[in-house]
Design a protein around this ligand. Structure first.
Ligand SMILES: Cc1cc2nc3c(=O)[nH]c(=O)nc-3n(C[C@H](O)[C@H](O)[C@H](O)COP(=O)(O)OP(=O)(O)OC[C@H]3O[C@@H](n4cnc5c(N)ncnc54)[C@H](O)[C@@H]3O)c2cc1C
Length: 328
């Protein structure tokens, strides 16, 4: 395990001020400590700043037209919260499908949307394994190697790792905002992968925040998201990251759909026609085949076949169709 100094912050602002020299936040620790033990990256910090003692930061409340969730709210509490279940069910369902009860009891929503990629080429202790995220200008081995778990829509900056977070997908479809120590982000912008920073610690993030920026609160409009759901498909029923997932919100006869497990970021489609749920599923993955078969080859796979990541196309079509039918 990498040695580190542990500091404690009593507010999010104090935590942000302690993030100099590559220090990183420690919330529930389910991903951070795992990374420090696994030596997954050349950019591991010498200092961790614990935020678990910040008072009153694990709330879930309804206020001024929003469901407001403190960054330290546990995934298990979000999954069971009556307001979230009634007014943003897709988020409750996504939180309930993360990992296992133990991990949901420790894991926070802030940590869930700031975890690092789960790619097999990124998560290993060999610093010299090629990885577009870890090494500036590095080759992503998924393009020519095993890419069973990777993107079907190509990848930003030549990285084919997918967004590992279940709740990220629900937050994008629900039109959520994320409040940090610097600004309020729309969820869509928050999850933009910082590809210009590849080769640095910041480039390893699944979101666009600065390395000295700390998530404080999630806000979800408390009306209009009642007809929403999250469907996840993984190889195992428990303790497995999404290979394919879909968060669907139906508003005014159309659907806002975010896909998980199939791109670096939650792949978002607004105002999808749902008259024919099967056609809706086909329309959201249509682009994947186009990118795969007609891309310039620099950041896409030559061909999506069923034995590599092509299986994700059929499964995604089906889960989108099922999600829409369940809400109609
Ligand atoms: C076996 C296993 C299975 C898992 N399965 C899933 C799964 O199915 N789906 C899924 O989505 N996740 C899964 N996870 C990932 C992870 O455990 C969860 O995402 C969890 O919610 C992380 O929260 P945490 O509080 O433990 O974060 P930590 O481990 O403390 O932190 C995670 C990262 O976020 C940063 N961070 C934490 N809080 C903040 C903040 N407020 N502001 C800025 N940065 C912050 C940390 O610096 C670190 O980089 C799994 C993990 C394990 C070990």
């Amino acid at each position: 395990m990498k040695n580190f100094e542990l500091k404690h912050a009593s507010s999010f602002e104090e935590a942000a001020s302690m993030l100099a020299d590559g220090a990183m936040i420690l919330a529930g620790g389910t991903d951070m400590i795992y990374s420090m033990k696994g030596m997954h990256t050349p950019n591991l910090p010498d200092t961790l700043v614990a935020i678990s003692e910040i008072p009153d930061a694990d709330y879930i409340k309804e206020e001024n037209g929003y469901i407001k969730i403190g960054a330290l709210a546990k995934l298990s509490d979000i999954a069971a919260d009556k307001t979230v279940l009634a007014k943003a069910p897709a988020l409750a369902q996504a939180a309930k499908l993360v990992a296992s009860p133990e991990l949901r009891n420790m894991g926070t929503i802030g940590g869930n949307i700031c975890q690092r990629p789960r790619c097999i080429y990124y998560r290993n202790e060999f610093d010299n394994w090629p990885c577009a995220r870890k090494h500036k200008g590095g080759l992503c081995y998924a393009i020519t190697g095993v890419h069973r778990y990777h993107s079907i829509f190509g990848g930003v900056g030549g990285c084919m790792a997918v967004c590992p977070s279940d709740t990220a997908v629900a937050l994008v479809a629900l039109g959520a905002s994320i409040v940090t120590t610097k600004k309020t982000w729309s969820a869509v912008d928050f999850f933009k992968v910082p590809s210009k920073e590849f080769g640095t610690a910041r480039g390893e993030q699944i979101n666009a925040i600065d390395s000295d920026e700390v998530v404080k609160e999630i806000q979800i409009p408390s009306s209009g998201n009642e007809k929403s759901t999250y469907v996840k498909w993984a190889f195992r029923k428990a303790i497995d990251f999404p290979q394919c997932s879909a968060a669907v919100v139906i508003k005014g006869g159309k659907a806002n759909i975010a896909l998980g497990g199939v791109y670096n970021e939650p792949k978002y489609f607004e105002g999808v026609d749902i008259a024919d749920p099967k056609a809706a599923g086909e329309s959201v993955v249509a682009k994947a085949t186009e990118i795969s078969n007609e891309g310039d080859g620099s950041n896409s796979f030559d061909k999506l076949d069923h034995y590599s990541n092509g299986y994700k196309i059929d499964i995604t079509k089906t889960i989108v169709k099922r999600a829409i039918i369940s809400l109609k």
